[in-house]
Write a protein of this length. Structure first.
Length: 344
């Protein structure tokens, strides 16, 4: 990832620039999804919301830091080179992370999993119980593909619903993050505030996700977000209100809501898929969400036919995602599944 980022910054030719950007996109997706899945599998259920809040909060802090960097250093090549150096440091730190014992079990590597669990117990000042680790009998040792996400009726329905939820969440996220500069602020302030507003949303998820459950939290805030987008679109009809304080506050509240749904969706998706297909499932949903990022600018072009039209379309997507999420099962206080056969 860091090498690709540095290559983009130093590319003297357009073809090399495009190839480096494509490589960087693949690398970022792989790193982000893998790290999230690893975090989910390493942390036990009671502590997953706290782990989710911490990682999401650091992501949110990246917004104002990047905005400060862009304000200070105005050349994009220098900006990207500085970010690449930070990436090299992070890549060295990842060597300190342990492997997932769940993944080792699915791969049939029971001895390594037991050794790692004993190490965890020792570091926590306790001893591992002398019990037999259950090795999944149907382990395919990492040969799962995206096709496996559509084979069984249960896993297929979950995948289709999650695909739409991820797509919609990304459209809403980009609409409210990148649209801040159009509400009367300069691009640096708007971008920084769009990230800082995610901090209270992460705290809210941490406090209530184990009380309300993943399903209710996602449904409620996605539906509320759709209503807020509809209100913003309605206010954009009038020039008097299109850049006023009220529409800015509604947009910030909408950004807070979409941050809550995104934090919930990451954890919800990881818990809905078994260990055998968790990395593929989360990775595939993440890839589908990028389609939302591609289509988002096209949706915003609808403003040529009517100023509130983009927000009306986005609001419709939000209501649809909230409705479909009601068909997903709740995962609160349930153990993580290991194989696709257990899901079927």
């Amino acid at each position: 990832m860091s090498c690709s980022s540095l290559a983009v910054a130093l590319s003297p030719y357009f073809v090399l620039y495009v190839l480096s950007v494509v490589t960087l996109g693949f690398a970022c997706a792989g790193v982000f999804v893998t790290l999230f899945v690893l975090r989910t599998e390493l942390v036990s259920a009671p502590y997953r919301p706290a782990a989710s809040m911490l990682t999401s909060s650091f992501f949110a802090l990246g917004y104002p830091l990047l905005s400060l960097l862009a304000y200070t250093v105005r050349t994009w090549r220098t900006q990207l080179a500085i970010c690449s150096v930070c990436g090299f440091v992070v890549s060295l730190l990842t060597r300190l992370l342990p492997e997932s014992p769940r993944w080792l079990l699915v791969q049939g590597r029971e001895t390594e999993a037991r050794r790692l669990l004993c190490k965890f117990a020792e570091e926590n000042g306790t001893q591992m119980l002398d019990c037999e680790l259950r090795v999944p009998a149907s382990s395919s040792k990492g040969k799962e593909t995206v096709i496996d996400l559509f084979k069984g009726q249960r896993v297929r329905s979950r995948t289709l619903i999650l695909m739409f939820c991820w797509f919609t969440n990304t459209v809403l996220y980009f609409a409210l993050s990148l649209g801040m500069a159009d509400l009367g602020w300069d691009r640096f302030t708007g971008f920084a505030l769009a990230g800082l507003v995610e901090l209270p949303s992460n705290l809210f998820v941490f406090l209530f996700i184990d009380r309300l459950g993943r399903k209710k939290l996602y449904f409620g805030f996605m539906f509320l977000n759709a209503l807020l987008c509809l209100c913003v679109g309605a206010m954009q009809i009038s020039e008097e209100f299109s850049r006023g304080t009220l529409v800015v506050l509604l947009a910030l509240l909408g950004k807070l809501c979409v941050s809550v749904t995104f934090s919930t969706l990451y954890l919800f998706t990881a818990e809905l898929y078994p260990t055998q297909a968790r990395n593929i499932g989360v990775g595939f949903c993440y890839s589908v969400s990028r389609v939302g990022g591609v289509i988002f600018p096209l949706i915003m072009l609808l403003s040529q036919y009517g100023t509130p039209l983009p927000m009306l379309v986005i609001s419709t997507l939000g209501v649809s995602a909230a409705f479909l999420s009601s068909f997903l099962p709740e995962t609160l206080n349930l153990p993580l599944l290991q194989t696709l056969e257990e899901l079927s």
